[in-house]
Design a protein. Structure first.
Length: 158
């Protein structure tokens, strides 16, 4: 048996922009279906919003997204109303229910994702070596989603 989990992000009218941004960061293919594609009258409010969206790469990155029906985009990012994340006195403080974690095999790979994903983002923890990884960083992107990027550390058995 095999099982796969996929992060599914909820937006307030800007799922398409977020998916297009994530595709520009991670590559891969994008799939978008609107409420109109599933039968909502084209002139109805929200018909152009995303009912199903996905970015998927051959390397295994996958994220899904949709626009919550009847929810309008909010200034400062779609997920801005769900909380914030910051560092204070060496501790990460947050009231967000989740982070999206992306782990790469090399620092170079992760640095490339970081450089692209950080455009318009709020950096919570700069990408740098940590006690557990050759590279670790945390940011909240322009859509209000908090990402953790790190490099897989080599396993050293005891």
């Amino acid at each position: 048996m095999s099982i796969t989990t996929t992060t599914h992000l909820n937006f307030r009218g800007d799922a398409r922009a977020a998916l297009e941004f994530y595709q520009s960061v991670f590559g891969g293919t994008i799939t978008i279906a609107t409420y109109g594609d599933f039968g909502m009258p084209a002139d109805a409010p929200g018909a152009e919003n995303v009912v199903f969206g996905q970015v998927e790469t051959a390397d295994g990155f996958r994220v899904m997204a949709y626009d919550i029906p009847g929810q309008a985009a909010q200034a400062g990012g779609s997920a801005a109303s769900v909380g914030a994340t910051r560092r204070e006195n060496g501790v990460t403080l947050t009231d967000q229910p989740f982070f999206v974690s992306v782990r790469g095999e090399t620092l170079e790979e992760v640095q490339g994702f970081w450089a692209a994903l950080s455009a318009g983002a709020s950096v919570v923890e700069p990408l740098a070596a940590s006690a557990w990884s050759p590279g670790f960083g945390m940011l909240t992107d322009r859509f209000g989603v908090t990402w953790i990027l790190d490099v897989a550390a080599a396993y050293i058995p005891e």
